[in-house]
Ligand binder design. Structure first.
Ligand code: IPE
Ligand code: IPE
Ligand code: MG
Length: 251
């Protein structure tokens, strides 16, 4: 199951992949576009909210596993600046779910010594949700074991525009480094790997500046079904790639 046709992927203990030969190569930052909750629910004859609930539960499972594999930062696209165009009812449901999610997730990440960060403009959210997000961020701000960066009301183009505006306001030269330093990700850096579930082959306004040299992994698996095995497949696929950054491979 893990033989992805790449010569350096190994199999041990039946289907369990062996990551020991990849020490030092595990990506520092993995970003995930968690897509397909609605279709997952639909296939089960359930309302979309059922899919969002399962999707939120999957966040707990996948972040835990990513840190276990040695990833240090996991970015998760949870609500885009374009998602406001969804029906009011769905948006309200998502906010209620996020509130619930943060309230529970604080305990898990505190135990795991993982810090919660947010990318995006949460000021547009309801006050009770803003307040719980702020609590999660402040309560975990000193955690050292890893970072979960949740993109909420996030738009990549707007992020770049805001960053450039800040650079200009501070009278600094408009350079790549100065822009990078004003992005939400200034502390965590660019993702080496971006995963998108549900078969869609696009970025949907996610990390446009940061993804210049990211590796992409697209899978048809819908987000609630994207389990540890699927995450390992993505990781092994990434580990089997040659990143050239415009150069050539030295033999
Ligand atoms: C992703 O699942 C979650 C959010 C964007 C909030 P979707 O809700 O986009 O699910 P599909 O793409 O309609 O299946
Ligand atoms: C992208 O998914 C945003 C999130 C996963 C939060 P969408 O479902 O909103 O993307 P499109 O509309 O298919 O591009
Ligand atoms: Mg979608």
């Amino acid at each position: 199951m893990f033989n992805l046709g790449r010569k350096n992927t190994k199999k041990v203990r039946g289907n369990a992949p062996d990551f020991s030969s990849y020490e030092g190569k595990i990506p520092h930052h993995v970003a995930i576009i968690m897509d397909g909750n609605g279709r997952w629910a639909n296939l089960k004859g359930q309302p979309r909210s059922f899919g969002h609930k399962a999707g939120a539960e999957n966040v707990t499972r996948i972040t835990k596993h990513a840190f276990y594999r040695g990833v240090k930062v996991v970015s998760l696209y949870a609500f885009s600046s374009e998602n406001w165009s969804r029906p009011q009812e769905e948006i309200k449901g998502l906010f209620a779910l996020l509130k619930d999610f943060f309230a529970k997730y604080i305990d898990q990440v505190t135990k795991e010594d993982v810090k919660i960060m947010v990318s995006g403009d949460i000021t547009a959210f309801p006050n009770d949700l803003i307040s719980i997000i702020k609590t999660a961020v402040s309560q975990t701000s000193l955690c050292k074991n890893g970072v979960v960066n949740i993109a909420l009301n996030y738009g990549g183009r707007q992020e770049i525009v805001n960053a450039v505006n800040q650079v200009v306001l501070e009278g600094l030269p408009i350079t790549e480094d100065n822009i990078s330093a004003k992005l939400y990700t200034s502390e965590i850096g660019d993702p080496e790997l971006i995963i998108r579930t549900s078969g869609e082959l696009r970025l949907s306004n996610f990390m446009l500046f940061q993804s210049a040299y990211s590796e992409f992994y697209f899978t048809d698996v819908l987000w609630p079904d994207f389990d540890e095995i699927e995450f390992d497949k993505a990781l092994l696929d990434y580990l089997g790639r040659k990143r050239r950054f415009g150069g050539i491979n030295e033999e």
